[in-house]
Design a protein around this ligand. Structure first.
Ligand code: PLP
Length: 332
């Protein structure tokens, strides 16, 4: 794999830290050592995982002469916020198509990411009902803009195509290099699994370099089977694009579907406990939609004894804390 051959914008200037969580490890009983990779500290307005993917996707948009980015997400989408933020940075317009996955959940005056869309000067927002074909909805916006003489470029939800997932192939390489320097042998890496680019990129990077550290995905919206299929499909596309010269087996993709609760973005007891525990033991902010649920799944697996005593485990913190401010009632 030679990722340097792909154009990118250089948004990721330094490796994000890998930190040992001593207080949190103790709070879980002290039998495993929990480390966190701080992708919540990535550059870009308020940080988070989409910066790594947008580094590649926006480079492609600029190479194709785009002057406007169109993307989509849920009403409190971190991906929409970061796409808009990097578009602002590049002097590009940005239109957002927001999917109201929970009926009545879009409020123009909401806090969190919604507030930031306005503050960052979004060019346009269209809200569509849950289950709408998002690519078609974005195409509609694109053709309207073309009529007006604009050159739009569509980035899919979560920037989770093979090009965007390269950002997490690069993260896997960055991580194994850091672990080598730290002399740290990791038993498993735990990641939130949503639109799948993060999970698929990490699997492609880790297994594509034959490091073969298990990468465990905790789902935030889908069942185990559906998500594993989605992730593996993207692993195959990403490994082909990246030039991995062996077949990564389907068994490299493991998802946990038991921590979604009533549905995407809807609070669970485990999520509330996880967000509070990380805040109170390590002063690290998780988010209610992704990392809170992923950490809840991780905590449950540790408590069930899923990992050997003494093992070192790495949780990938993908960001998202601005969404906390749209969930004040949940944490009261
Ligand atoms: C988008 C997002 C994820 C999920 O990453 P995918 O690549 O979509 O699976 C996890 N955490 C946060 C904070 C996100 O915004």
């Amino acid at each position: 794999m030679n990722l340097a051959k792909f154009p990118r914008r250089g948004y990721v200037t330094n490796p994000t830290p890998i930190e040992y969580l001593s207080n949190f490890s103790k709070a879980l009983g002290g039998k495993v050592n929990v480390y966190v990779k701080r992708d919540d500290l990535l550059p870009g307005c308020a940080g988070g995982n989409k910066t790594r993917k947008l580094d590649f996707c926006i480079a492609d948009a600029l190479a194709k002469g785009a002057d406007t980015i169109i993307t989509c997400g849920a009403v409190q989408s971190n991906h929409a916020r970061l796409t808009l933020a990097w578009a602002v940075h590049e002097g590009l317009d940005c239109h957002l198509v927001l999917e109201e996955r929970v009926k009545g959940s879009y409020r123009p005056d909401a806090s969190g990411n919604n507030f930031l869309y306005i503050l960052l000067g979004v060019s346009g927002i269209s809200v569509v009902p849950g289950g709408s074909p998002m690519l078609d909805e974005m195409e509609k916006v694109a053709s309207d803009l073309r009529v007006k003489g604009k050159k739009p470029y569509i980035i899919p939800g979560g920037a989770s195509n093979a090009l965007g997932a390269l950002g997490y192939v690069a993260c896997a390489q960055e991580t194994t290099e850091q672990l080598f320097r730290m002399g740290l042998d990791i038993h498993a890496i735990v990641v939130p699994s949503g639109s799948a680019g993060t999970h698929a990129g990490m699997v492609t990077g880790i297994y594509g370099s034959s490091a073969d550290i298990p990468v465990l995905g905790i789902n935030v919206s889908r069942t185990k089977e559906t998500q594993e299929e989605l992730v593996y499909k993207l692993v195959r596309q990403t490994s082909e694009l990246a030039g991995v010269n062996h077949n990564i087996p389907a068994s490299a993709v493991t998802c946990f579907g038991d921590y979604v609760g009533p549905g995407y973005s809807l609070p669970t007891e485990g999520m509330i406990e996880a967000v509070k525990l990380l805040a109170r033991t390590e002063a690290i902010l998780l988010d209610p939609v992704y990392t809170g649920k992923a950490m809840a799944g991780f905590i449950d697996q540790v408590r069930k004894g899923a990992f050997p005593d003494g093992s070192n485990l790495l949780f990938l913190h993908t960001g998202g804390s601005p969404a906390l401010y749209a969930y004040l009632d949940t944490f009261k």
